[in-house]
Structure formats: structure tokens, C-alpha cells
Design a protein around this ligand. Structure first.
Ligand code: GDP
Ligand code: MG
Length: 180
């Protein structure tokens, strides 16, 4: 920061996990650059994006959030412990049109718990909410499961941007609330 009054030097690491094709990279590109890509570029993804986020407590303060994308390793179940190291927040993403990706969030949660601090803020994210006609997982199923596991829950669409900023900001604010 510039060192002026009110500046924050805090950096929160947030990781995005979930099965291949659920929209992780597009959630990040939508949030950080307001971009959406119809064809996914599995291996070209950047490691992480850093962004300033308003902490939302009326102080006007910002924190830097460093959001990590798997860039394709999840295909080979090769997400390393370095990926999780130091994460204060996580988004576990599934695709509302593919039930299996929802069922697999249990594995992702297990892997996350194995590699992270117990205080990590976790949000379960049902992405592709724009594809209502192809839906295989209801909002109710998602929210009930999240509640049972003690996770925050949100449905998003990287395509039409619905709830995308909201999801990342909620995680950041929750981390901030825990820390302060
Ligand atoms: P990743 O493998 O989890 O990183 O998934 P990608 O971000 O690469 O997205 C996989 C595919 O799903 C791509 O063809 C995207 O265009 C598409 N996609 C991602 N998010 C959405 C969404 O919210 N709605 C729709 N309809 N398609 C999406
Ligand atoms: Mg990706």
C-alpha cells in the first residue's frame, strides 16, 4: 500500500477447488477481469489473481485477496499441499447440472480439511445457475448439505455474473470478521 492512513497490508489466500469443468477458472476470470470464456483453457490458467476487496465494515478499508486457481491439476487428482498451504478461505465448487460434481464435493471437503487450518472459511458454490433447464441439484439440496457441514452456501453463474462478486466478497468478509 501507499502507507496512507487506513491502508491495510493484510493478504488473504483463498483457494478454489472442485471437479474439472465446474467453472472454477471462469468464476475467477469473471470476478477479477469480468471475463467469461466459452471454451475452457485448462492448462493456461494463471496460478492466482490478487485483488483489493472492501472489508465491508464501514471502515472503508481494503484487504488484498489472493485467489488461487488449480489450472487443471484437479483432472489428475494432483492438487498439491502447497496449493492449500496458508489458505484462510476456500470455495468448493460444483456444477448444478452435474450431480456427480456435487457428490464429489464431500471428497474435496475432506481433502481441504486434511490440508488446512480448522478455522478456514469454506463456501460451497453451486455454479452454472443460469442452466435452469439442465439442473440436477436443487438449491435446497445444496443449502441443506452446506448447513449440515457448517459451510456458507451460494449459487452462482460465471456466465451471467450472478452472485460471483458477492460470493468472493462474502468469504473475504467472513475471514476478516474471524480475524478481527
Ligand atoms: P474449471 O475446469 O472448473 O476451471 O471450469 P471452467 O471455468 O474451465 O469451465 C468449464 C466449462 O463450463 C467452460 O466451457 C465454461 O464456459 C463453462 N462454464 C463455466 N461457468 C459457467 C456458468 O456459470 N454457466 C454456464 N452456462 N457455463 C459455464
Ligand atoms: Mg480451470
Amino acid at each position: 500500500g501507499s502507507g496512507k492512513e487506513g491502508d491495510y497490508e493484510e493478504l488473504y489466500k483463498v483457494v478454489i477447488i472442485g471437479d474439472s469443468g465446474v467453472g472454477k477458472s471462469n468464476l475467477l476470470s469473471r470476478y477479477s477481469r469480468d471475463e467469461f470464456h466459452v471454451k475452457s483453457k485448462a492448462t493456461i490458467g494463471v496460478e492466482f489473481q490478487t485483488q483489493a476487496v472492501d472489508v465491508g465494515d464501514d471502515s472503508g478499508r481494503h484487504v488484498q485477496v489472493q485467489i488461487w486457481d488449480t489450472a487443471g491439476q484437479e483432472r489428475f487428482r494432483a492438487v498439491t499441499s502447497a496449493y492449500y498451504r496458508g489458505a484462510l478461505g476456500a470455495l468448493i465448487v460444483y456444477d448444478v447440472t452435474r450431480k456427480l460434481t456435487f457428490e464429489n464435493t464431500a471428497r474435496w471437503l475432506e481433502e481441504l480439511r486434511m490440508h488446512s487450518n480448522t478455522t478456514i472459511v469454506i463456501m460451497l458454490v453451486g455454479n452454472k445457475s443460469d442452466l435452469e433447464e439442465a439442473r440436477e441439484v436443487s438449491i435446497g439440496e445444496g443449502s441443506t448439505y452446506a448447513e449440515a457441514k457448517g459451510l456458507i452456501f451460494m449459487e452462482t453463474s460465471a456466465l451471467n455474473a450472478n452472485n460471483v462478486s458477492c460470493a468472493f466478497e462474502m468469504v473475504v468478509r467472513e475471514i476478516h470478521n474471524q480475524i478481527t
